[in-house]
Design a protein around this ligand. Structure first.
Ligand SMILES: *Cc1c(COP(=O)(O)O)cnc(C)c1O
Length: 352
């Protein structure tokens, strides 16, 4: 057993890491009473990380604070990043670079088999263009190592042109700087819950690259907060993702130079809302997006937070009565406009 850290001790650990300030923090922690009334839960809360401030916000702003901290520490003037066509991460990397006076190159991977004009031009793609990032494309969407290798080639070209590039890597095997943003979010949430006098039994969060899930889980366990952390798979099946999260937690421990407080049994994942795959809608996700909008005025996205809400509602209805659950809203709302045809079809019927 490792000793729990106090709030101040964990804060001191994080303060040793280079960090650029980008997010509006703390984000609100709010109750969702109307949605709760539709379930068997005692209380439903939402952590509003869609409200991190920069360029429509979202979870990547917290992660980017630590990547840009590294980039600045290395004296970089250009940041490179790879992601899906409708990636929120690349949109926010472009905004962060602009905010900090740096250049940004974005590589967009063909991860989702969608050819509609809205998917290719609206939502995050429109914002990438507006932010003035240099766009590149990569033909394969399930080749993390290949996409990382290609972005490194672009970085080498930029270097030969006299610039100082910094690559934000996505594949495992790199120091998980992004996860530090969510260790910090765990600390922020634990402090808020204590100040509000609420106990949270379960946190429900997206599990994609795993920085958000692993960071939150690590931070909560490091503080001795016993809440179950349920990762909702948005990209890979639960078995594959379980390995990834366990590895990320070990990497966070190395980076922060503290013992890993996360046990194997702490890594909880569900892939029930994933089908038919990354970035593709299913009926439960459309229902969840509709319920959050109608009962709470809360806007969710089709790729991530809608699937996580489907997971939250399922846990709040079948996971046992009288528990209190926290939904982590990771943002992504610009993608709503990229999925306009499917959403119009689903919600115009509901309204008639
Ligand atoms: C990237 C992203 C996620 C997943 O976060 P990871 O840290 O990659 O697991 C969830 N929600 C939104 C809106 C995102 O952009």
């Amino acid at each position: 057993m490792t000793d729990n850290l106090t709030f101040d001790q964990l804060e001191a650990c994080l303060a040793r890491q280079p960090r650029a300030r980008l997010a509006h923090l703390p984000t609100p922690l709010e109750a969702m009473p109307n949605l709760c009334a539709q379930t068997d839960a005692a209380a439903l809360y939402v952590k509003r990380d869609d409200c991190t401030g920069l360029a429509f916000g979202g979870n990547k702003v917290r992660q980017l604070e630590f990547y840009f901290g590294q980039a600045q520490a290395e004296g970089a003037d250009t940041v490179l990043i790879t992601g899906a066509v409708q990636s929120n991460f690349v949109r926010l990397a472009a905004a962060s670079a602009n905010h900090l006076g740096m250049a940004c190159h974005i590589q967009l991977e063909e991860r989702v088999p969608k050819s509609e004009p809205t998917y290719r031009a609206s939502g995050n793609v429109l914002l990438d263009r507006l932010l003035g990032a240099t766009l590149h494309s990569y033909p394969d969407g399930e080749d993390e190592a290949g996409a990382d290798a290609r972005i490194r080639e672009i970085a080498d070209e930029i270097k030969r042109a006299g610039k100082r590039p910094y690559v934000i890597p996505l594949a495992p095997g790199h120091a998980p700087y992004g996860a530090l943003g969510y260790v910090d979010a765990a600390l922020e949430t634990a402090r808020q819950a204590e100040a509000m006098g609420i106990a949270i039994d379960e946190v429900v969060v997206a599990s994609g690259s795993g920085h958000t899930h692993a960071g939150l889980l690590f931070g909560l366990r490091a503080l001795g907060v016993p809440a179950r952390v349920s990762g909702i798979c948005v990209r890979r099946d639960a078995a594959t993702q379980r390995q990834r999260i366990a590895t990320r937690c070990r990497e966070i421990a190395e980076l922060l130079e503290i013992d890993n407080p996360v046990a194997e049994a702490d890594v909880q994942l569900s892939d029930a809302a994933l089908a038919p795959g990354y970035g593709r809608l299913n009926p439960a996700t459309l229902d969840a997006i509709g319920e959050a909008a109608r009962h709470e005025g809360l806007l969710l996205d089709p790729v991530y937070s809608g699937k996580v809400m489907a997971g939250l509602l399922s846990r709040a209805r079948d996971g046992g009565k009288d528990r209190s659950l926290l939904f982590v809203h990771t943002g992504g709302t610009p993608a709503l406009f990229a999925y306009e045809p499917e959403l119009t079809k689903a919600f115009s019927q509901a309204a008639e």
